[in-house]
Ligand binder design. Sequence first.
Ligand code: 5RP
Length: 263
Amino acid sequence: MEWGMANRMAQLIQSDGHTLFLPVDHGYFQGPTRRLEEPRKTIEPLLPYADAIFITRGVLRSSVDPDNTKPVILRVSGGTSMVGKDLANEGITTSMEEAIRLNASAVGISIFVGSEYEKESLLNLSKLVDEGEKYGIPVMAVTAVGRELEKRDARYLALSSRIAAELGARVVKTYWCEDFDRVVTGCPVPVIMAGGPQVDTELEVFEFVYDGMQKGAIGVNLGRNIWQNDFPVAMIKAIRAVVHQNASPKEAQELFSSEKGGS
Ligand code: 5RP
């Protein structure tokens, strides 16, 4: 790996081999998502506990101070919305020059395997990888499912993740699922877990993060289950303990409860 690429990967993945990405990119197709209506207010208290932030250029410029931040993974795909025809019909929204100008440590793009736009999204990924490799910028592929949340099973996610790695993604972001080891085993690059819509209890989040880490994920890219929680700082601290200190779900729950009490 060239120095620039290796250096950027090291900014993203911590010395223990694990990482906690904080995604706040949801507005690029969801608009002012609940509890991300004013991005700066959501981001600022959480940033000290994140290893990197996943964000669009617009929110980065408007809502994050350049002199006090964390490594940036720039969301560079989009062009669709919740009310449009098909969420899978994304294009590349941001050039590699812009990513460099914004000092991004990586760029992120969604792929939609099995959708009508499978080929376009996979070719977008390939083009982005070609560009990223030219400048030493890693590409994170996001195995998106659009509105079809039921697609989140090991067979589908293993297929999507492997294809993303084959096309050159340096990191793959996918969903946790039952038999998650099948996804990780079949994917020759590091795998990060996204959360999806907020689940009912904090313990459920700690349990799936813990399970995924035991099965080989290197970390999380967890958004709504952190910042839609009533106690987002307590939540990110507890998840951080699972990711970086191998805390059990029970220990994470205890930490969450004590942090929540203190906040
Ligand atoms: C949105 C994304 C998000 O980064 C990803 O889904 C993670 O966020 P969450 O944990 O809220 O699902 O790619 O398009």
